[in-house]
Design a protein around this ligand. Structure first.
Ligand code: ATP
Ligand code: MG
Length: 259
């Protein structure tokens, strides 16, 4: 369970990116965070893995106040939280399986890490993760020979191989075409449902958020202005969009559907 309690984030330049955020997310939820550019979406998810420290208030995960985590405890915590980015962040000149195996390094001793001596068990975990996202057949291909969508699936497999409890994804389909975006969103959905992993995704395309997520959080200038089940959002789509974005929906807000 992830709990934000009166969370503020003020950056060094004075920008208030989160303004009294109060949210509780249960284990196994699939949440999409939507809002204008600069609304605070990335800031919100980055506070969860402590890439960003909050200015005031608390973020609690499974009863632990994460502001207080340091050293070994913090490393242990971070392993439970997988992160997927828009830009995939793969090592392009090595194989797909080596990219996925890199997630296992945290559990290896120094010499094994130094020589890249992954155990048979680690290799099985990596191959299972690739299978889960439907690209097992690409395991021994160089990462830079894959399409953008396939690369994002490798990034997702790498995160899975870390055995996370939570996956945070910052605009994971923004760089993909509509067909691949659907494939990757379906992967997130499958992982969420089959493995009960909590998924929090920042997403620019409102249609994809509504199609795949179970819950929508709308953020405007650092404040949560909508928080509810997707079904609730859909009951009054126009008004809810306006509440979050301060304007009417346009084609730029959609990945595929035409208005
Ligand atoms: N390191 C930083 N230093 C100062 N201000 C920052 C920093 N990072 C973000 N901001 C500001 O904080 C606010 C929220 O930024 P954030 O990146 O969380 O927005 P976002 O909703 O993810 O936007 P986008 O859709 O463009 O990715 C913005 O006004 C942004 O300019
Ligand atoms: Mg962002």
């Amino acid at each position: 369970m992830i709990q934000f309690d009166h969370v503020d984030k003020v950056y060094a330049n004075g920008t208030k990116a989160l303004d009294d955020v109060n949210v509780t997310i249960e284990q196994g939820e699939f949440v999409a965070i939507i809002g204008l550019s600069g609304a605070g979406k990335s800031t919100m998810i980055r506070t969860i893995n402590k890439m960003i420290d909050v200015t005031s208030g608390t973020v609690t995960v499974d009863g632990l106040n994460i502001s207080e985590l340091k050293g070994k405890e913090l490393r242990k915590y971070r392993r439970k939280v997988g992160m997927v980015f828009q830009s995939f962040n793969l090592v392009s000149r090595t194989s797909v399986i080596n990219n996925v195996l890199s997630a296992r390094v945290a559990d290896m001793n120094f010499f094994r890490t130094l020589f890249g001596l992954y155990s048979k068990e680690d290799k099985i975990i990596a191959l299972e993760a690739l299978d889960k996202v439907g690209i097992l057949d690409k395991a021994y291909i160089r990462a830079d020979q894959l399409s953008g969508g396939q690369q994002q699936r490798v990034a997702l497999a790498r995160t899975l191989a870390q055995n996370p409890q939570i996956i945070l994804a910052d605009e994971p389909v923004a760089a993909l075409d509509p067909v691949m975006a659907d494939v990757v969103m379906s992967d997130f959905q499958k992982i969420n449902r089959d493995m009960n992993i909590t998924v929090l995704i920042n997403i620019h395309h409102v249609d994809l958020a509504l199609q795949y997520a179970d819950r929508i959080i709308g953020i405007q200038a650092g404040k949560i202005v909508f928080d509810g089940p997707t079904s609730e959002y859909k009951k009054n789509e126009k008004a809810n969009f306006r509440k979050i974005y301060g304007r009417d929906i346009s084609e730029d807000d959609l990945m595929k559907e035409k208005l």
